[in-house]
Write a protein that binds this ligand. Structure first.
Ligand SMILES: NC(=O)c1ccc[n+]([C@@H]2O[C@H](COP(=O)([O-])OP(=O)(O)OC[C@H]3O[C@@H](n4cnc5c(N)ncnc54)[C@H](OP(=O)(O)O)[C@@H]3O)[C@@H](O)[C@H]2O)c1
Length: 344
C-alpha cells in the first residue's frame, strides 16, 4: 500500500515516463496511490499529453523535463523521492550508425547519472530496467539449458558482431549492480523479454510494438521463426512494482513468457483476427532462447496468457488506426529484429 489516510503518499520517480513501459508503470503507480515524478525530454510534445489524463494524475503526477545525459536535470527530478525506476534508454528501430552517441552514452552514462543522482538525493531504492538482450547473447551458454539470471551477454561477442543495443544494456546493467554494492545503495536490475501489449498513447509507437504490428501486417522483410520470447507490458509494470516492494538488494530478475515459434504465434492469431495479411517471409532458425522467470514468480509474479495479450494488443492497434492498409510505404520490421538472429 503506498499510503494511508494520515500519511502523505510515497514518492517515486520514473525516468522515461512517456515511453511504452514507462507510461504503464506510471499508470500502475498512480493507481496504487504513489506520488509520481515522471521524466520526459519534452513536456510540451503532444506524445506526452496523455500522461496528465491518467487516473490520479492531476493530484499525484508531476512531469520533469530531464535528459539522462544532463546530471542536473536528473537530480532535480529525484528530489524528495524514496525510489527510482530507471526506464529511459533509447531502443532504436533503425540500424545504429554512431554506436557511442546513439546507444553507449545514453545507456551507460545515462545510468551512471541516475545512480549518482540517487546517491546524492538520498533515494533508497533504484530499479534499473535492463533487457533480456543483456542476458541472451552468450554463445558459451549450452543451447539445451534454459537461461536464468546467471547468464550474461558476452560483451566482446556483442562488440565483434556490432550488437550495440545488447552491449550498451549489458554494460549499464553490470555497472549498476557494481555501483550499488560499492556504495551501499539498494539496486535491482530487471531484464524483460520482448514487451508487447496495448498502447497508452498512439502518437509515437515504440520499437517492439512495431515488431508485432509487422507480424500482423506483413511486409518485405524476412523474419526469424524464433526470436525473443514475449511478455505483456502490464505484467512488466506489475513485476517492477513487485521488485520494488519485495526484492533484496543487488538482485537481477528476468521477466518473460516461454518462447513461441512465429508459426505457432500465427496459428493463434489468424483464427482470432482473420482479416490481416500477416508476415509470411519466414526464415527457419534453430534457437532455444527460453528464459526462466522462476525467480520472479517466487516473488509472486503471475503473468497473463499470451492469447489475452495478443487480443488486447490488436484491439488497441485497431482503435488507434495502426492496422489500416496504407498506400504509402510498406510496413517494415525494425532493424534489430531482422535475420540473421542478432546473436549468431
Ligand atoms: N520494449 C521492449 O521489448 C523492451 C525489452 C527489454 C528492455 N526494454 C527497455 O525498456 C526501456 C523502455 O523501452 P520502451 O520499449 O518503453 O521504449 P520507448 O517507448 O521508446 O521508451 C524509451 C524512453 O526512453 C526515453 N529516453 C531515451 N533516451 C533518453 C535520454 N537521453 N534522456 C531521457 N530520456 C530518454 C525516451 O524519451 P523520449 O520520449 O524523450 O524519446 C522514452 O521515454 C528501455 O530501457 C529498453 O531498453 C524494452
Amino acid at each position: 500500500m503506498a499510503t494511508s489516510l494520515s500519511s502523505p503518499p510515497r514518492r517515486v520517480c520514473v525516468t522515461g515516463g512517456g515511453g511504452f513501459i514507462g507510461s504503464w508503470l506510471v499508470k500502475l503507480l498512480l493507481s496504487r496511490g504513489y506520488a509520481v515524478h515522471a521524466t520526459v525530454r519534452d513536456p510540451g510534445d503532444a506524445k506526452n499529453a496523455f500522461l496528465m489524463q491518467l487516473d490520479g494524475a492531476p493530484a499525484n503526477l508531476s512531469l520533469f523535463k530531464a535528459d539522462m545525459l544532463d546530471y542536473g536535470t536528473v537530480a532535480a527530478a529525484f528530489a524528495g523521492c524514496e525510489g527510482v525506476f530507471h526506464v529511459a534508454t533509447p531502443a532504436p528501430e533503425h540500424e545504429i550508425v554512431d554506436p557511442q552517441k546513439e546507444m553507449m552514452e545514453p545507456s551507460v552514462k545515462g545510468t551512471m547519472n541516475v545512480l549518482k543522482a540517487s546517491l546524492d538525493m538520498k533515494v533508497h531504492k533504484i530499479i534499473v530496467v535492463s533487457s533480456a538482450a543483456a542476458c541472451c547473447i552468450n554463445p558459451g551458454w549450452p543451447q539445451d539449458i534454459i537461461k536464468d539470471e546467471s547468464c550474461w551477454s558476452d560483451k566482446e561477442f556483442c562488440k565483434e558482431n556490432q550488437t550495440w543495443y545488447a552491449l550498451a544494456k549489458t554494460q549499464a546493467e553490470e555497472m549498476a549492480l557494481e555501483f550499488g554494492e560499492k556504495n551501499g545503495l539498494h539496486v535491482n536490475t530487471f531484464c524483460p523479454a520482448l514487451v508487447i501489449g496495448p498502447l497508452l498513447q498512439h502518437v509515437v509507437v515504440n520499437t517492439t510494438s512495431k515488431v508485432l504490428l509487422y507480424i500482423i501486417k506483413g511486409g518485405p522483410d524476412m523474419i526469424n521463426n524464433k526470436f525473443f520470447p514475449m511478455v505483456d507490458v502490464r505484467d512488466v509494470a506489475e513485476a517492477l512494482l513487485l521488485l520494488y516492494d519485495k526484492a533484496g538488494p543487488s538482485e537481477r530478475y528476468l521477466c518473460s513468457l516461454d518462447q513461441v515459434d512465429l508459426k505457432e504465434l500465427l496459428g493463434i492469431m489468424k483464427p482470432m483476427f482473420p482479416n490481416y495479411s500477416y508476415a509470411d517471409r519466414i526464415v527457419d532458425v534453430d534457437l532455444n532462447i527460453t528464459f526462466s522467470s522462476d525467480k520472479l514468480k517466487k516473488l509472486g509474479w503471475k503473468p497473463r496468457k499470451l492469447e489475452e495479450t495478443l487480443a488486447e494488443s490488436v484491439e488497441s492497434y485497431e482503435k488507434a488506426g495502426l492496422l489500416k492498409v496504407s498506400d504509402g510505404e510498406p510496413c517494415r520490421l525494425p532493424f534489430f529484429f531482422r535475420p540473421p538472429p542478432v546473436w549468431e
